[in-house]
Design a protein around this ligand. Structure first.
Ligand SMILES: O=C(O)C1=C[C@@H](OP(=O)(O)O)[C@@H](O)[C@H](O)C1
Ligand SMILES: C=C(OP(=O)(O)O)C(=O)O
Length: 412
């Protein structure tokens, strides 16, 4: 029975870096994720003058409640949306002129509702080229706080960024949210803010954050639940069994609910206090499922859907069109290339198994998207001859993916 240790959560590491940087002392992050996204975040903090000491199992950050240690900086956010949305918000609470830019894809990904909310709070934020996109410059002079309305229907990261800012304002924040996707990510934010000493409460669609800053702490990072989805899916499609350590009933990450989808499809799932096990039973039923809360696992499900006994329809995932690529079209195109019948709409994808049999291997187009590669690696367990044009793009969240996924499958 393979037991797997998954690298740390990208989302938790990014939040922990923000919180540690803003806190009033030295924070130690235990087992943070080392990947392009989180290293980019740490490098961004260093550009802003924060001290970040990194060893393989722990990162130490000297917090600066007063904000960046430099008066000017040019920060490259790479391909990470958490970096590109959270760091300008952190910088806004300080004093100085800070310019942010990002990869070509991250420049295309939107930011407008967040920059409008920051401007409504008095922040001088200018977009250099397209309105609502990187590159941008923040001329920061602290944030007083107050009331603001936000549409987070495109990305919950806008709300997370504002929530994280709340304790750094002088009067606190009252945020009214008109729409919200990926809601469980906001729960991660609230739990982590409290772990760093902040006071925040939710009253329906209104979030109230008290001023008062953050306290430094020692914080252990959970394994990444979105990454775990590839290992759980592998067990479901091969009839194997996998246990992921460190993700159990106490887990903060909503993406662990991917195992409920596998259970509905016929896999056996057991979740204990500190681990989750999935066992493939041979049955893999089709289903219709809403993935609005857990859309990072949409490509995982799409990639195993051809092995189901009936159609798999995934709904309410329109926001996956503005991720590392247009994930609905990338999944559809690659599945068609393998001989599978697929249709898509503005916010859904439907995969009908039983097209060309047996499915034929092909080169998968990655579009630079780590999740396309990791998802179709699972398909590759059942379809010989699958290769990738850019296997290395997994570095965004899991540089060692191919070695470790390959090693697991050699053990079955
Ligand atoms: O807050 C976070 O850490 C994240 C929120 C989600 O994004 P959206 O809210 O944009 O869907 C998720 O897809 C992303 O990988 C990480
Ligand atoms: C969408 C993702 O990342 P981000 O939005 O943080 O760039 C992801 O990791 O699937």
């Amino acid at each position: 029975m393979p037991v797997v240790d998954i690298p740390g959560s990208k989302s938790i590491t990014a939040r922990a870096l923000f919180l540690a940087a803003a806190a009033d002392g030295v924070t130690t992050l235990v087992r943070p994720l080392s990947s392009d996204d989180t290293e980019g975040f740490a490098e961004g903090l260093a550009r802003l003058g924060y001290r970040v000491g990194r060893s393989p199992d722990a990162w130490r950050i000297d917090g600066r409640p007063e904000g960046p240690a430099v008066g000017e900086a040019d920060v490259y956010c790479r391909d990470g949306a958490t970096t590109a949305r959270f760091l300008p918000t952190l910088a806004a609470a300080g004093h100085g002129t800070f310019r942010f830019d990002a990869s070509a894809q991250m420049r295309r990904r939107p930011l407008g509702p967040l920059s409008r909310a920051l401007r409504d709070l008095g922040v001088d934020l200018r977009h250099e080229q397209a309105e609502g996109h990187h590159p941008l410059t923040v001329a920061a002079s602290g944030v007083e706080g107050g009331e603001v309305t936000l549409d987070a229907g495109q990305s919950s990261q806008y709300l997370t960024a504002l929530l994280l800012l709340g304790p750094l304002t002088s009067k606190g924040l009252r945020i009214t949210v008109t729409d919200l996707v990926s809601a469980p990510y906001v729960e991660i934010t609230l739990a982590m803010m409290r772990a760093f000493g902040a006071e925040v409460r939710r009253e329906g669609n209104v979030f109230v954050v008290a001023p008062g800053g953050y306290r430094a702490t020692t914080y252990a990072i959970e394994p990444d639940a979105s990454t775990a989805s590839y290992f759980f899916a592998a067990a479901a499609v091969t009839g194997g069994e996998v246990t992921v350590r460190g993700l159990g009933t106490e887990a903060l990450q909503g993406d662990l609910a991917f195992v409920d989808v596998l259970r509905r499809m016929g896999a056996e799932v057991s979740t204990g206090p500190d681990a989750t096990t999935v066992r493939g039973t041979g049955a893999l039923h089709g289903l219709t499922v809403t993935m609005r809360d857990i859309s990072d696992t949409m490509p995982t499900l799409a990639a195993i859907a051809p092995f189901a006994s009936g159609p798999v329809r995934i709904e309410d995932v329109g926001n996956t069109r503005v991720k590392e690529c247009d994930r609905l079209e990338a999944c559809a195109e690659n599945l068609r290339r393998l001989g599978v019948k697929v249709s898509t709409g503005p916010d859904w994808i439907e995969i009908t198994p039983g097209g060309r049999t047996p499915m034929a291997g092909a080169e998968i187009t990655s579009y630079g998207d780590h999740r396309i590669v990791m998802s179709f690696a699972v398909t590759g367990l059942r379809v010989p001859g699958i290769s990738f044009d850019d296997p290395g793009c997994v570095r965004k969240t899991y540089p060692g993916f191919h070695e470790e996924f390959g090693a697991l499958n050699a053990r079955w």
